[in-house]
Ligand binder design. Structure first.
Ligand code: ATP
Ligand code: MG
Length: 385
């Protein structure tokens, strides 16, 4: 029984079989009741006819001596009556069987079609934007598997919709901060409250700069999230990548008096990646490390081969990340200290972009930290080439 319940094909087979059995049963019952009566009626008529016609024939027979002819006609009359009674009971039985079978098919097909109909209704409601719609799960056949997948799809759509809403809210919020600052400074200038000094203009320029960086980051984020970034994957030398990043950021480290060291292995590790994107990921991590490491701290970049992967690590002696934030810092717009990070121009997108770039090149990225002010290590892997 359970096997039948879990297989749609068997269920259909069983339902056809059931309808046929019900039909046969109906024929049997109907013939049992109608056949004897029809038979009796026809025999009764035959007897009457035989009584009446027989007397006439008797007279004739005596005169002509044709007793044989009378016997033949009685047999054919008997056969005709038998056939008529059989046909009569068959018509009633078939009519009853058709009716019962129709009823049974209707009930069975309804029970099969019901979940499909409820899925159709649910999908129409989802198309109208009601993403909380789910279908009830019944049984364990293919249809119930379909209903389960349908519910999973609806849940994912709901999540995407929530993320979309959240993203729009976050973007609006991120844009509002620099815009408010620019508007405030412009109004201050117009009202004469703010002096028309270089400093004021510089402030407005900085905010506009932040806005344009945010828009660029958002554009980049949407590109990496939709996997629309064209990657030119080829064998890349780790020494070259680390060298480029160090050269690019060295003067910022010098300015903040933070030491930047590169731990190069004796034999350079070659890995498969888009060189420009690898430099971007590492720049992002080293840039973050600089942001979160106070004066006299150290940031160390290293690379090592680990089985089939090249593993890059950026270790700093700075602020560290508390465990509760570790899992979330790769989420978009997530910053441990929102106001401080924003004041430094951070919008919380850098690590999200880095994560997408690493994963689209077949690698992993993660962060470790012993806690607040204990420094942190950001690592990522890329396949060796
Ligand atoms: N090396 C680090 N040490 C401590 N905290 C870090 C470190 N790197 C990142 N974080 C935390 O993770 C958060 C997210 O980093 P992410 O790079 O995504 O954003 P951001 O640097 O604030 O802004 P941006 O989008 O400009 O990079 C940071 O705001 C910070 O709180
Ligand atoms: Mg960053």
């Amino acid at each position: 029984m359970n096997i039948i319940r879990s297989r749609m094909g068997l269920k259909l087979f069983a339902s056809y079989f059931l309808v046929i059995a019900i039909g046969m049963g109906a024929i049997w019952v109907a013939t049992r009741f109608t056949s004897p009566r029809a038979y009796q009626r026809h025999l009764f008529f035959m007897e009457q006819n035989a009584g009446a016609g027989g007397a006439g024939m008797m007279g004739q027979g005596q005169g002509n001596g044709q007793g044989n002819g009378q016997g033949n006609s009685m047999m054919s009359q008997f056969y005709q009556d038998y056939q008529a009674s059989f046909n009569e009971s068959l018509i009633v039985a078939v009519a009853a069987a058709t009716l019962v079978a129709m009823l049974a098919s209707m009930i069975i097909s309804r029970s099969i079609v019901a979940p499909i109909r409820s899925m159709t209704n649910a999908s129409e409601r989802i198309a109208e934007g009601r993403y909380d719609e789910r279908v009830a799960l019944r049984g364990s056949d293919e249809l119930s598997h379909l209903a389960k997948s349908f519910n999973q799809m609806a849940e994912q759509l709901e999540q995407v919709e929530n993320m979309r809403r959240q993203l729009i809210g976050d973007v609006a919020h991120e844009l509002r901060t620099p815009l408010t600052a620019i508007k405030g400074s412009a109004e201050g200038l117009m009202d004469g409250v703010l002096p028309a000094s270089d400093e004021t203009y510089q402030q407005i320029h900085n905010e506009a700069e932040r806005l344009s960086r945010l828009v660029d980051d958002l554009q980049e984020l949407s590109r990496v999230e939709s996997r629309a970034v064209l990657l030119d994957i080829r064998a890349v030398d780790s020494t070259a990548v680390i060298g480029t990043v160090v050269k690019r950021l060295q003067h910022q480290f010098d300015a903040k008096r933070v030491t930047l060291t590169a731990n190069m292995p004796a034999a350079p590790v070659s890995f498969l990646a888009d060189e420009g994107r690898a430099v971007q990921i590492l720049t992002n991590l080293v840039g973050n490390a600089l942001q979160h490491t106070p004066e006299n701290g150290t940031v160390t970049v290293s690379v090592a081969r680990d089985k089939n992967e090249a593993r890059f690590s950026v270790r700093d002696t700075g602020e560290g990340v508390e465990a509760e934030h570790l899992a979330r810092i790769f989420d978009r717009f997530y910053r441990v200290d929102k106001s401080r990070s924003r004041a430094r121009g951070g919008s919380g997108i850098g690590l999200t972009i880095a994560k997408h770039l690493v994963e689209s090149q077949g690698g992993k990225i993660w962060a470790e930290s012993a806690g607040k002010n204990m420094g942190s290590v950001f690592s990522f892997t890329l396949p060796v080439g």
